[in-house]
Design a protein around this ligand. Structure first.
Ligand code: BGC
Length: 756
């Protein structure tokens, strides 16, 4: 399709009309020119295609579809191939349903356990979120269907989501809140990006030229179109100028008219309107020209795939005395209504009308299981009678498995949680059951961390997350060892909410939320604080054991323009086949920059038979060592020593080595009379200029000390002199040694140092 030619034939009104939706889920058509409307749909972990009345809150019905595990679960798989496969399946369903774009993945950073939408987001770690997002996008788009990575950017709370401003400094945005989007754009080129509801440092994301044009397009090279979140537009004309191409859903034509008026009044360049049309049509036709409505959508096959994926995502948090896996001949009590009616997805726009749901009770049919509901999910209550019944069956059983977690109302799009607790009824039930049977295991269905006041009373905890419609099947497979658990936490579980670094500021004051903890989000904070956590980022147990050995670097040192490969050997030292998640973290040794102790820079999932070993290779580059420098507005690697650690949790890193990295980017020098010796001494080039004057500068210092006794004088060794001198500004040379050094000498010195 010759899109430029089409646009050339359009009136201004037609062009403006294309820049908003025709209805809740469609772009507009221009019949005169044969431009059809295309349909978009939520997303992200399955289709929420609405036939009838549209809504963006998941209230009205949508077609029957397959609900895959939510992102909180899929991130825990640490398995890029698997999430790509899930993307392919979703892409196929889109083709079948004639959807041009699926609205996902959602990659916002889990700043706090309280965010109501954490279940839809991948991680507290930007690297992990970026890798998973890119794999998902590549999967969906391999089917010639678009994705809409969302919500761009810094949309880490639901509280006041349509008015609040996320106020964060440049470095925090670049290191924490942007990279998932950046990686996805660079590695997978999503067809569309959805801007968020919130303001970013005071400017709505939907009208932020720095965000939507400078960063997204000019820096990262985004080629598709930007759509608004549903109703995120405040000033449409400013939005067009900023790079917001499509307003969703529709604005009753009002905003289209405003665009026309602004062009006519000379306030908006018509070229920008044409450009937005071109971007939208490029994507619509990319789909239309590759549409394959004949693509089959085998929902049963996808249900099976969803079970397989859910099992890969489960995280075995605790397994004392190898209480798991269960023996298929043992009497086991399943307790808790979630065993019968699992909570497998979250509320809001991602809510899928699952065509079929498999509960753990159904999946365990034929096994010697007893069941008691223990609590009622509708009222979050547990009567004495319900608890007594649960305790009674727990006593009779070899092992009691309590299914607990967060009911729907506890976490959802649209609002945040106010605490990190399970319902009291669930906590009460777990404690009562654990008191009755020491062999108690808890299965959790939740989209975000919870406190576990009973953790020392139970032997096992399996985090099943919101694992999609087949979660019950996957849970039973993992409980009984048909699948060896291999999920690892994509988020830290703090012991209590107040341990979380954002808890001081989360939610903000009025419409302003300051991200004051900066880059210290999640484990970046807990590690720096050396704080005990309930379960650390990256943690996950297995029914087998793994050993990590033989860390090798491709070269002893590297320049920041080079690449480095790190190879380790992972061995299955147990007696069952299993999958290890090898995680690589990088940290700096010393240096002036305030930064996290370690940051995830690579991970690989490896399947190993008992006794088998495999090499795992990671590639590190500039970004693995860089921080964002707000002075040069770019990534910067400080030359020096870095630590590379490898293991299978952020707090279990048996392999460690150091590497010297030399930085090739020089920061601008602006020495002046107030620059201190320390900074100059740390800068070899400036130091070369200063060196000849050092003796004089030092001389000045010792002259000042002449009044002191000889012994004391001697004690001021050269080393101490240097230590005392390092905080002295250059102008101090005049104060202490004015006869030998003149202001002109200092000026000349400064000039030479700045020019070096
Ligand atoms: C959500 C988006 C969603 C859109 C359409 C909004 O309320 O924030 O994630 O894609 O609605 O349903």
């Amino acid at each position: 399709m010759d899109i430029k030619n089409l646009i050339a034939q359009m009136t201004l009104e037609e062009k403006a009309s294309l820049l908003s939706g025709g209805d809740f889920w469609h772009t507009k058509a221009v019949e005169r020119l044969g431009i059809p409307a295309v349909m978009v749909s939520d997303g992200p972990h399955g289709l929420r295609k609405q036939d009838q009345e549209g809504d963006h809150l998941g209230i009205n019905d949508s077609i029957k579809a397959v609900c895959f595990p939510a992102a909180c679960a899929t991130a825990a798989s640490f398995d890029k191939d698997m999430i790509r496969t899930m993307g392919e399946a979703i892409g196929d369903s889109c083709q079948h349903e004639q959807l041009a774009v699926v609205l996902g993945p959602a990659v916002n950073i889990k700043r706090s356990p309280l965010c109501g939408r954490n279940f839809e987001y991948f991680s507290e770690d930007p690297y992990l979120a970026g890798q998973m997002a890119a794999a998902y996008i590549n999967g969906v788009q391999s089917r010639n269907v678009g994705t809409s990575i969302k919500h761009f950017a810094a949309n880490s709370q639901e509280h006041r989501r349509m008015s609040s401003s996320s106020d964060a400094d440049e470095r925090t945005l670049r290191e924490i809140y942007f990279p998932a989007f950046e990686t996805a754009v660079k590695q997978a080129q999503p067809w569309t990006v959805m801007c968020s509801y919130n303001r970013l440092n005071g400017v709505f994301a939907s009208e932020n030229p720095w965000l939507l044009t400078d960063v997204l397009r000019k820096e990262w090279g985004f080629e598709g179109y930007v759509m608004s979140d549903w109703g995120a537009v405040s000033d449409r004309v400013a939005g067009v100028a900023a790079g917001l191409d499509l307003e969703m859903p529709a604005s009753g034509g009002h905003n289209d008219r405003k665009i026309v008026e602004a062009v006519r009044a000379g306030k908006l360049d018509e070229k920008l309107v044409g450009q937005a049309c071109e971007r939208i049509l490029n994507i619509s036709f990319r789909y239309l020209e590759n549409a394959k409505p004949e693509t089959p959508w085998d929902q049963e096959a996808q249900h099976a795939l969803s079970a397989q994926i859910a099992a890969e995502c489960m995280v075995l948090l605790k397994n004392d005395d190898q209480i798991l896996p269960l023996n298929k001949t043992d009497a086991v009590a399943f307790i808790g209504e979630f065993a019968d009616k699992p909570r497998f997805q979250g509320g809001g726009s991602s809510h899928i009308n699952a065509f079929k749901i498999t509960s753990a009770l159904q999946a365990a049919q034929g096994l010697p299981i007893t069941y008691a509901p223990g609590y009622s999910t509708d009222g979050d209550s547990a009567s004495d009678e319900q608890i007594a019944q649960a305790v009674a069956i727990a006593r009779q059983a070899k092992v009691a498995v309590v299914f607990a977690g967060l009911p729907d109302a506890y976490e959802s799009e649209g609002y945040d949680r106010t605490h990190m607790r399970l319902p009291d009824s669930h906590n009460k039930l777990i404690s009562a059951v654990a008191a009755a049977n020491p062999n108690t295991v808890v299965v959790l269905h939740n989209g975000s961390p919870v406190e576990m006041p009973w953790i020392d009373q139970v032997k096992g905890v399996l985090e099943a997350y919101l694992g999609g419609q087949a979660v019950g099947q996957a849970t039973v497979q993992v409980l009984y060892g048909d699948v060896n658990p291999s999920g690892h936490l994509a988020e830290s579980f703090p012991r209590k909410l107040s341990d979380n670094p954002s808890s001081l500021y989360y939610g903000g004051e009025g419409n302003r939320t300051e991200y004051r903890e900066g880059v210290f989000v999640g484990y970046r904070y807990y590690d720096k604080k050396e704080m005990d956590v309930l379960f650390p980022f990256g943690h996950g147990l297995s029914y087998t054991s793994f050993a990590f050995s033989n860390l090798r670097l491709s070269q002893g040192g590297m320049k920041d323009t080079e690449k480095q490969t790190v190879t380790v050997t992972v061995k299955n030292t147990g007696s069952r086949p299993g999958k290890a998640v090898a995680q690589l973290y990088v940290g700096a040794v010393g240096g002036d920059i305030i930064r996290p102790v370690r940051e995830l820079k690579g991970f690989e999932k490896v399947a190993l038979a008992p006794g088998e070993e495999k090499d795992v290779t990671f590639t590190l580059d500039r970004r693995s060592f860089a921080v964002w420098n707000s002075e040069i507005h770019d990534w910067y690697v400080a030359g020096g020593q870095y630590v590379i650690e490898v293991g299978d949790s952020s707090r279990h890193l048996p392999l460690r080595t150091e590497i010297t990295v030399s930085g090739t980017v020089e920061l601008p020098r602006h020495y002046d009379v107030n620059s201190i010796f320390l900074d100059i001494m740390n800068d070899p080039k400036a130091m070369k200029v200063l060196q000849p004057y050092m003796a004089n500068a030092m001389g000045g210092l010792s002259a000042q000390d002449e009044a002191q006794s000889d012994a004391a004088q001697e004690a001021i060794s050269a080393e101490m002199g240097l230590a005392m001198m390092k905080y002295m500004p250059l102008r101090g040379m005049l104060s202490f040694n004015g006869e030998k050094i003149t202001p002109d000498t200092i000026d000349a010195l400064i000039k030479a140092m700045n020019e070096e």
